[in-house]
Design a protein around this ligand. Structure first.
Ligand SMILES: Nc1ncnc2c1ncn2[C@@H]1O[C@H](COP(=O)(O)OP(=O)(O)O)[C@@H](O)[C@H]1O
Ligand SMILES: [Mg+2]
Length: 213
C-alpha cells in the first residue's frame, strides 16, 4: 500500500471520536512523532500536560517547582469533547487515561535505556530525574500502565532505537492502517549487555547528583 493510500484509508476509518495516543518515557520522541503524524494526517495534536495547564485541568499546582497534579476526570472529559470535533493525536506519557471507547490505538515509544540516558543528560536534566526516567524505561512502566487501562490488542510498542523519526512515523501509520502488526514484548531486562550498561551509567549519575533528593 502506498503512503498516500494509507493516509486516505486512515482518514476514512477515523473521522471523529477517534484518538491515537503516542506514549513513552520523556525523551523517547513522543512530541517529534506526534507532530509528524499530525502533519501527515491533518489531525490535531494535543499535549495533555500543556492542555491541562492551559485549561486549568489541575488539582494542585506548585509554580515554583513547576509540578502539578492533573485532574484525571477533567482531562478525560476534555479529551472526549475535543475528539467529538475530529480525530486527535494525543502526546502524553500518561495517555492511557483516554477513555477506551474512543481509543483507536496507543503506541508506546521504547528506546534502549542507555541511549535514553545520554539523550536526557544532553537535555540538561538533573541526574536524579534522568535516573528516574531511565529506570521507568528499563522496567517498561508506560507499557504496564497502558495494559492496566486497555485491552492488549490496542497497545503497540515501537522500538525507536537506531531509527529515524520518519521510520518510526511510517511504522505507526502502517500499523494504524492494518498493514503491519501491533507488537508487545520489548524487554530490556532480558539483555544482560543492556542491563550492565545501564547500571554502570546509573552509578555514574549517582556520583553526579545529590543523594535522596
Ligand atoms: N527517532 C529519533 N531518532 C533520534 N532522535 C530522536 C528521534 N525522535 C526524537 N529524537 C530526538 O530526541 C529528543 C527528544 O524528543 P521529543 O520528541 O522531545 O521526546 P518526548 O516528547 O518523548 O520527550 C529530541 O531532541 C529529538 O530531536
Ligand atoms: Mg514531549
Amino acid at each position: 500500500m502506498r503512503a498516500d493510500e494509507v493516509v486516505q484509508r486512515l482518514k476514512e476509518i477515523c473521522r471523529r471520536d477517534c484518538v491515537v495516543v503516542v506514549s513513552g518515557v520523556p525523551g523517547t520522541g513522543k512530541s517529534t512523532i506526534a507532530a509528524r503524524l499530525s502533519e501527515i494526517l491533518g489531525w490535531e495534536k494535543v499535549d495533555l500536560s500543556e492542555a491541562s495547564l492551559k485549561h486549568g485541568l489541575v488539582l494542585e499546582e506548585d509554580k515554583e517547582r513547576s509540578t502539578y497534579v492533573i485532574d484525571e476526570d477533567a482531562v478525560r472529559t476534555w479529551v472526549r469533547r475535543k475528539a467529538s470535533e475530529g480525530p486527535l493525536i494525543v502526546d502524553s506519557h500518561y495517555g492511557e487515561i483516554v477513555d477506551d471507547d474512543i481509543l483507536m490505538k496507543l503506541f508506546v515509544l521504547r528506546l534502549r535505556p542507555d541511549i535514553l540516558l545520554e539523550r536526557l543528560l544532553k537535555r540538561g536534566w538533573h541526574p536524579h530525574k534522568v535516573a528516574e526516567n531511565v529506570e521507568a524505561e528499563l522496567l517498561g512502566v508506560c507499557t504496564a500502565n497502558a495494559l492496566e487501562e486497555h485491552p492488549r490488542e490496542k497497545i503497540c510498542e515501537v522500538n525507536t532505537t537506531g531509527k529515524t523519526s520518519d521510520e518510526v512515523t511510517e511504522e505507526i501509520l502502517m500499523t494504524l492502517a492494518g498493514e503491519r502488526g501491533c507488537f508487545l514484548g520489548i524487554d530490556w531486562l532480558s539483555d544482560p549487555g543492556i542491563v550492565e550498561s545501564v547500571l554502570s551509567s546509573l552509578a555514574r549519575l549517582d556520583d553526579l547528583g545529590e543523594p535522596n533528593e
